[in-house]
Design a protein around this ligand. Structure first.
Ligand code: SAH
Ligand code: SF4
Length: 369
């Protein structure tokens, strides 16, 4: 039987390349046993060489679960009536930012459901300015507030946000429409356009995907990595898909990969992405921890360099349930500080306390222009 050279390549030969074909990436994503160990070790080595051993924190404030969209996988989608909706006050958000600063987290992430109203745009703009003032500009600020107009993105950038997270969820249009309603509000091309606008404005731009989605193949995931490389993204947050019982996808009886396999595949995605995009920031997604109590630390060991400790006040955390079994919903922000410190040291890494930990890839990308 004829096999192409591509198919016959071994993992040990693939991981030392600087260019990767789709077949190479699929091979990395399928690696098992000793091959998987080789993959993980190489990803760790590349991270330490390009970025160092430090993990940087972004204190995550999930300030509202009010969303006007209906992504088919997400627990806080508009049509889920079983959610108690909340919206933190401006004071509570600023207080959380001050907590992040005092805890020396270095950066803040503000995330919520998606709202496209002018009132929302105004609110975020003034909040960003307030946070900058009340924390003396000490915090790097990432926002993750969905699809917005160019003008809104620009205003938020001018007000002090300099990183934006907008996951493409799947780079494959056909799969995208299996996990989103096919309508104007959930348009694949709009999402893509938003990512490009964010880059043009000058944000450090992050995207990502869910891993283990119904109908998703390894080839889809390989295309996701190729998409991130082609888009020349600066940051990535990706994690396993976890079904939520009150969502159309969660209710459906799809054949899904067992959770443990989804978790292991997510680790291989992190490692493969680190090998393909050596100097970007890669977050260890919280969804990893929903499956394995030390899931995020395992991701740090195979290439991730960012952790987003949840600093949403405890009483609200339980209502920001994007997926089932979300970790640490009973904790208060201060509980996380010590807990994480110990965990990260166990993962053979240290914490860049008080540092922004900006994407090295971004710095190099901008220098090149
Ligand atoms: N509304 C914003 C930010 C909040 S959602 C947005 O959509 O961009 C943040 C991320 O949570 C999404 O990008 C999605 O990838 C992830 N998410 C939502 N539901 C999930 C689920 N069931 N399992 C795993 N991740 C999920
Ligand atoms: Fe809303 Fe984001 Fe959930 Fe989609 S993924 S329903 S936009 S919070």
């Amino acid at each position: 039987m004829f096999l192409s050279i591509d198919v016959m390549k071994e993992i040990k030969d693939i991981i030392i390349q600087s260019e990767f074909t789709k077949t190479d990436i699929i091979a990395m994503l399928s690696a098992q046993g000793d091959d998987e160990k080789l993959l993980f070790a190489k990803a760790k080595e590349i991270k330490e060489k390009e970025i160092g051993k430090k993990v940087h924190y972004r204190g995550l404030v999930e300030f509202s679960n009010i969303c006007e969209k209906n992504c088919l996988y997400c627990g806080i989608r508009k049509d889920n009536k079983n959610v108690d909706r909340y919206n933190l006050s401006d004071d509570a958000i600023v207080e959380a930012a001050v907590f992040a600063q005092k805890s020396n987290y270095g950066s803040l992430v503000m995330q919520s459901g998606e709202l496209a109203s002018p009132i929302f745009a105004d609110r975020i703009e003034s909040l960003l300015k307030r946070i900058k003032i009340e924390t003396n500009g000490a915090l790097g600020i990432t926002i993750s507030l969905g699809e917005q107009t160019k003008e809104t993105y620009q205003r938020w950038f001018d007000a002090g946000a300099h990183r934006y997270l907008l996951r493409i969820e799947s780079s494959q249009k056909s799969l995208y429409y299996k996990i989103h309603p096919e309508n104007k509000q959930h348009d694949f091309d709009t999402r893509l356009k938003c990512l490009k606008i964010l880059q043009e404005i000058g944000y450090q731009t992050g995207t990502g995907v869910m891993i283990g989605l119904p109908h998703q193949t390894l080839e889809d995931l390989a295309y996701d990595i190729m998409f991130m490389r082609e888009m020349d993204i600066d940051m990535c947050g990706m994690g396993p898909y976890i079904e939520h019982p009150d969502t159309p996808l969660g209710k459906h009886d799809f054949e899904l990969m067992p959770l443990v396999e989804r978790f292991n595949l997510a680790l291989r995605m992190v490692a493969a992405l680190r090998i393909v995009m050596r100097d970007i920031n890669i977050a260890a997604a919280t969804a990893l921890q929903a499956i394995d109590p030390i899931g995020r630390e395992k991701a740090v060991k195979v290439g991730a360099n960012i952790i987003m400790p949840n600093i949403t006040p405890g009483m609200y955390r339980n209502n920001y349930k994007l997926y089932d079994n979300k970790p640490c919903v009973d904790e208060e922000p201060q509980d996380c500080v010590q807990c994480l410190d110990v965990r990260i040291r166990l993962a053979d890494a240290s914490i860049g306390y008080g540092e922004w930990g900006d994407s090295k890839h971004f710095a190099r990308r901008v220098e090149k222009v």
